[in-house]
Write a protein that binds this ligand. Structure first.
Ligand SMILES: [Zn+2]
Length: 393
């Protein structure tokens, strides 16, 4: 069975911040900025070369600092300089690149995470520091995962340690694919048994609600710190709520897909043409939500051994899945084929085409009997996400 690696980042909030940590943040930023300037002046994009040319001097200047801080600082400096060069080529960067964030990159030599006790041991210039953090329920699942690199990040809400965990999973050979069409207010599934399921998500209502709230705040409260804080608070609430919603949606998708072992999604990475993009995205999720939801589907599916494939996204909702003719709008969210007269909900057509494309991609010829028989006039079975209980996973 082929195996794949899943990577997830978990956040841990520190219970308190010892004084030594503040010094470490400023020393680290100083070093990263020194390295960025060095890379900028010598036009160095290689991590190895940057490390080789600067290590001795930095070692002399910061003799107490554990040497792996210098390695990770070099890694950060190279990646910051590289992305600066990319932006510069597109005319999007001015002046010199500068690192302003309060963030420290850690490799496995610099910290030890103890998820049982809720403590991270950190190597510092003043020896080992024991940093206690708050344990959340969702952290428990990471106990069997492998710990990778991490970031210490200082925010107005305190200091966090963000840890990258990884896990090897076995992916089964799929028996069939569930086609998944992601939209602004629903997610439509084309099941291999010919049934369609539409999960009503109410995402648009949530977004509109928060949009109205933000407008009210901007009208009622004068510009300033208080307004900023309120806007930030509601922005965060909206993100949390959407995140929660996405996890619920994905749990339902995975529940439907696990008996078939395969999920098909649209590949949107190829769409670069902005005109085509906006036409394609009409009535769909924002790109950000779309990708976010796809990423959650990907890792949750993999955790259950389900294969996820990406298919060409062009015209998924405007081609007839029965005869391949052109399907045009014919009433609210209904499309009709000009060739054979087939008519259905456009999201049903979308998910159906996604499923068919996955079968083709997987080298399965599509027999006529694979056409959905239980359509009930193009009407999918509807589920309200809010009334569904959460399936753990
Ligand atoms: Zn047709």
């Amino acid at each position: 069975m082929p195996s794949e690696t899943i990577k997830l980042t978990a956040k841990f909030k520190l219970k308190e911040t010892p004084k030594g940590l503040d010094d470490l943040f400023s020393v680290y930023r100083e070093i990263v900025n020194y390295l960025i300037t060095y890379a900028y002046e010598g036009n160095i994009t290689s991590f190895k070369r940057l490390k080789k040319e600067t290590y001795k001097e930095l070692r002399k200047k910061y003799p107490q600092l554990p040497s792996h801080y210098l390695y990770t600082a070099c890694q950060m400096a190279t990646s910051i300089f590289k992305s600066y060069r990319k932006r510069k080529r597109k005319g999007k960067a001015n002046g010199k690149p500068v690192f302003k964030k309060e963030a420290i990159m850690l490799d496995d030599h610099l910290f030890r995470l103890d998820l049982e006790k809720g403590v991270v041991k950190l190597s510092t210039p003043k020896g080992r520091l024991n940093l206690k953090f708050y344990l959340a329920k969702y952290h428990e699942k990471f106990k069997e995962w492998k710990v990778g690199q991490a970031w210490l990040v200082k925010t107005p809400k305190g200091v966090f340690i963000n840890v990258v965990f990884s896990k090897e999973v076995e992916i089964r050979e799929p028996k069939a694919f569930v086609g998944v069409d992601l939209n602004e207010n629903n997610v439509t599934l084309a099941l291999p048994n010919g049934e369609f399921v539409q999960i009503i998500t109410h995402e648009r209502e949530i977004r509109t609600g928060y949009f109205v709230k933000r407008r009210k705040i901007q009208k009622k409260i004068r510009a300033g710190k208080k307004r900023e804080e309120l806007l930030q608070k509601y922005g965060e609430r909206e993100r949390n709520r959407l995140n929660d919603l996405y996890h619920k949606i994905v749990n339902v998708i995975v529940e439907f897909a696990k008996r078939y072992g395969g999920i098909a999604l649209e590949d949107l990475t190829e769409i670069r043409d902005s005109i085509r993009y906006s036409a394609e995205m009409n009535g769909r999720l924002h790109r950000w939500s779309f990708r976010k939801l796809q990423l959650i589907i990907e890792y949750k599916a993999k955790l259950k051994g389900i294969r996820v494939v990406f298919v060409n996204s062009a015209y998924t909702s405007s081609l007839c899945p029965v005869c391949g003719g052109k399907a045009s709008p014919n009433g609210h969210r209904i499309v009709k084929c000009s060739n054979c007269g087939f008519e259905a909900d456009r999201d049903v057509v979308g998910s159906w085409n996604i499923r068919l494309r996955a079968l083709k991609m997987w080298g399965v010829s599509v027999p006529p009997e694979s056409h959905p028989m239980k359509m009930g006039g193009g009407k999918p079975t509807r589920y309200e996400i809010n009334t569904l209980h959460t399936i753990n996973g």
